[in-house]
Ligand binder design. Structure first.
Ligand code: SAM
Length: 470
């Protein structure tokens, strides 16, 4: 049961629309959230996934604002969703339904863009959703201020097979003056006071106060201004939070309008999906109270930048860029190794070298190299070793579904493998060397033949204590 402060309830009752009641608000906040997932179309199509899991007693109810999103009930709920093979293999992302709305809003307004900035990206639910919409094409810059959360973001991008990202690690206030009028589209899923998240975490508001709301609203105003400067004229920006106060939502957007007037056009979201009008504000934003769609509380606004605005450009001081283009010899050697070992062709893209490492940069990142410091660009494919290459886990998660050579393992073996253990296997053919391990056609990682077993090469940080087949 959520611990709801009276002062918070007073602030809510002041802004609750007249057709909604405070009693219902409190009631919904004391109910558990309906579990929801988003199927990762970078790895599997929705029909195949639903068909496979329905046979195992999962029941799917479509979420109206996300074609890949479903509320889920299961005949047997004893296994935590996060421990299932399907989750660990990146076939789906556990994501609250309302949090699927901002990328959907963006997708409803534009075609997948060449350049997209996700200003506050960790742990990556929306970045991975955006990457799936972009079908891993174009360039998706995912920024996160917190270094610990940046690691989680990277792990999620890898698990979900995302290839078109560069990661940056800044206070997102820098984008406006570092990369003015650069991006076709921007998502600002802002840090917020989390007033909508009580159903997930009953203690979410233990530090809540009006002063804290005002203080975070000031941060949000700075971030939205920065984002607006970084947006190209003609571009689209989506602003979202998982909070309910006007200060952090409507007023942040209206603040921008006050600053930039006619250069901003708010998009009316009232017909985004059936029943969207139940949550729409007079400005056309969606203010999602938990009782409207039986979800978390959420807020989404979208705007177009209709004209260029004067922006200060402060180029950053950059150190030496540590990558150079890979030589033809390196490219041919890696290509030969991938073909011989995994039956894989080297993917298209720019192959770059840093010492012994070979990386695949996403298309379109060249323009950013002299413009901003990036934490991680694209995907590390392999490292040159004494005899050939050490191919990275991440690259096989990305490319491994197309590999012509792999060892296919069954459900029980997949559980054993993801728990970091070796797999006993008949090796009559005296196979040697590294192999890709795949489960139901989905790459899980690397192993090495040692006699009659496949020695586990899963990176340590991915080894799990609890893995279960459904
Ligand atoms: N978009 C994420 C998702 O869908 O998984 C959730 C983002 S969460 C609402 C906000 C994030 O902003 C947090 O990870 C937080 O660490 C980060 N953050 C806080 N202050 C920031 C700042 N000044 N610049 C960039 N990110 C910031």
């Amino acid at each position: 049961m959520a611990n709801i402060k009276q002062e918070f309830l007073n602030s809510i009752s002041e802004i609750l629309p007249s057709h909604l009641s405070l009693e219902e608000f409190v009631h919904y906040n004391s109910q558990p959230l309906r579990p929801s997932i988003r199927i990762n179309t970078l790895k599997i199509d929705c029909d195949t996934f639903i068909g496979r899991m329905t046979a195992k007693g999962w029941h799917f109810e479509a979420i109206p604002w996300c074609p890949q999103g479903y509320w889920l009930t299961r005949d047997d709920e004893s296994v935590q969703l996060g421990n299932t093979l399907e989750h660990l293999a990146g076939l789906f992302y556990i994501q609250e339904a309302s949090s699927m709305m901002p990328p959907y809003v963006m997708a409803s307004l534009i075609d997948p863009p060449d350049t997209l900035l996700d200003m506050a990206a960790a742990p990556g639910s929306k970045t991975t959703q955006l990457a799936a919409w972009m079908d891993n094409r174009g360039l998706l810059m995912a920024n996160e201020y917190s270094s610990t959360r940046l690691k989680g973001l990277h792990a999620n991008l890898s698990r979900m097979g995302v290839a078109n990202t560069v990661l940056t690690h800044f206070d997102a206030q820098v984008f406006g003056h570092t990369l003015p009028e650069t991006f076709d589209a921007i998502l600002l899923d802002a840090p917020c006071s989390g007033e909508g998240t009580l159903r997930k975490d009953p203690d979410a508001l233990s530090n809540w106060s009006l002063a804290a709301v005002e203080s975070i609203a000031e941060v949000q105003r700075g971030l939205i201004e920065s984002g607006f400067h970084a947006l190209k004229p003609g571009g689209v920006m989506v602003y979202s939070t998982c909070t309910l106060s006007r200060q952090e939502n409507q007023e942040v957007c209206l603040h921008l309008k006050t600053l930039f007037g006619d250069a901003i056009e708010f998009v009316d979201l009232s017909s985004l999906f059936t029943d969207a009008s139940k949550a729409v504000t007079p400005e056309g934003f969606l203010h999602i109270w938990p009782q409207i769609y039986d979800s978390e509380g959420f807020f989404v606004a979208a705007l177009r930048k209709t004209a260029s605005v004067a922006s200060e450009h402060r180029p950053p001081r950059l150190g030496r860029f540590p990558f150079t283009r890979a030589s033809r010899k390196q490219q041919e050697a890696l290509s030969g190794h991938l073909e011989a070992t995994f039956g894989l062709s080297l993917p298209e893209g720019t192959l770059m070298a840093r010492d012994k490492e070979l990386w695949l940069f996403p298309h379109g990142c060249d323009q950013f190299i002299p413009a901003i410091r990036m934490q991680r660009l694209g995907v590390k494919l392999a490292e040159e070793a004494k005899h050939g290459f050490k191919v990275s886990h991440e690259s096989l998660m990305l490319l491994g579904a197309d590999a012509g050579k792999a060892v296919e393992i069954n459900d029980d073996e997949a559980v054993t493998y993801l728990m970091g253990r070796d797999l006993p296997r008949d090796n009559g053919a005296n196979n040697k060397g590294e192999v890709l391990v795949r489960w139901q056609g989905v790459p899980l990682g690397l192993a090495k033949w040692v006699g009659n077993k496949l020695k586990n090469s899963l990176p340590r940080e991915l080894v799990r204590d609890n893995v279960a087949k459904v």
